[in-house]
Ligand binder design. Structure first.
Ligand SMILES: CC(C)(COP(=O)(O)OP(=O)(O)OC[C@H]1O[C@@H](n2cnc3c(N)ncnc32)[C@H](O)[C@@H]1OP(=O)(O)O)[C@@H](O)C(=O)NCCC(=O)NCCS
Length: 191
């Protein structure tokens, strides 16, 4: 494990660097991966990925982490917080497990829990929110397992595959996490 930001049971999070951009290119150009992402289906090359990583790393209002499997040290995607609002102690959550062979193994749930714990423990945020398309049942299930609650629906907010879909708004509050944390508090020696 290198440059560890947060450690879970099977995964760890680490910063992303320019050199990681190439790994993301096949993922962000795969319609099966992007069908549930706001970036949608548009061609992205390695330069665009490098620029995205550098811009996000330079931002005071975003954090971006690579998701890595501890056992193999394999990078399987990215996650993080954006639009961090320190005045109102809130941020928006995002995740992409780009490696499709890694879906359905609990990694998305664990990475989400690691970022939520980071938001509450390290950034002292109070609220983490997200938008998820109604047809992203895998995502909704993962977020519910971490403790996100459905707060509402943006009706017919999104077009995919020739039809309109609702977007579900979900959030988790610090008090909800503290009452029922999906992961134990981090070990300050290991983060
Ligand atoms: C969404 C995503 C983060 C989920 O990660 P993951 O590692 O596949 O999810 P997990 O294995 O942790 O959990 C998925 C849960 O959904 C369940 N699930 C899978 N398919 C499902 C379906 N069609 N209906 C309902 N639940 C489903 C799984 O059974 C599992 O729940 P369980 O542990 O109770 O059995 C990941 O698939 C991903 O990045 N997809 C592409 C990009 C994306 O959608 N990003 C999020 C945008 S909001």
């Amino acid at each position: 494990m290198q440059n560890v930001i947060a450690v879970g049971r099977q995964l760890y999070l680490r910063p992303l660097a320019r050199a990681d951009a190439a790994a993301f290119v096949p993922w962000v150009n795969d319609p099966e991966v992007t069908r549930t992402l706001a970036i949608g289906a548009r061609a992205m090359d390695v330069r665009a990925e490098e620029a995205f990583i550098e811009k996000t790393n330079a931002s005071a209002h975003d954090v971006l982490f690579g998701i890595v499997v501890q056992e193999t040290d394999q990078l399987i995607g990215s996650t993080g917080l954006n639009q961090i609002d320190f005045r109102n102690h809130r941020a928006s959550f995002g995740i992409m497990v780009g490696e499709k062979g890694a879906w359905g193994k609990g990694y998305g749930t664990e990475a989400t829990a690691l970022v939520v714990r980071y938001a509450f423990e390290k950034l002292y945020l109070n609220r983490v929110q997200l938008h998820v398309y109604e047809y992203n049942l895998r995502g909704i299930r993962a977020y519910e397992k971490v403790g996100f609650r459905r707060e509402g629906v943006l009706r017919q907010e999104h077009v995919y595959d020739g039809r309109l879909w609702d977007t579900v708004v979900m959030a988790i509050l610090r008090e909800e996490w503290e009452e029922k944390p999906a992961l134990p508090a981090s070990d300050p020696c290991k983060t």
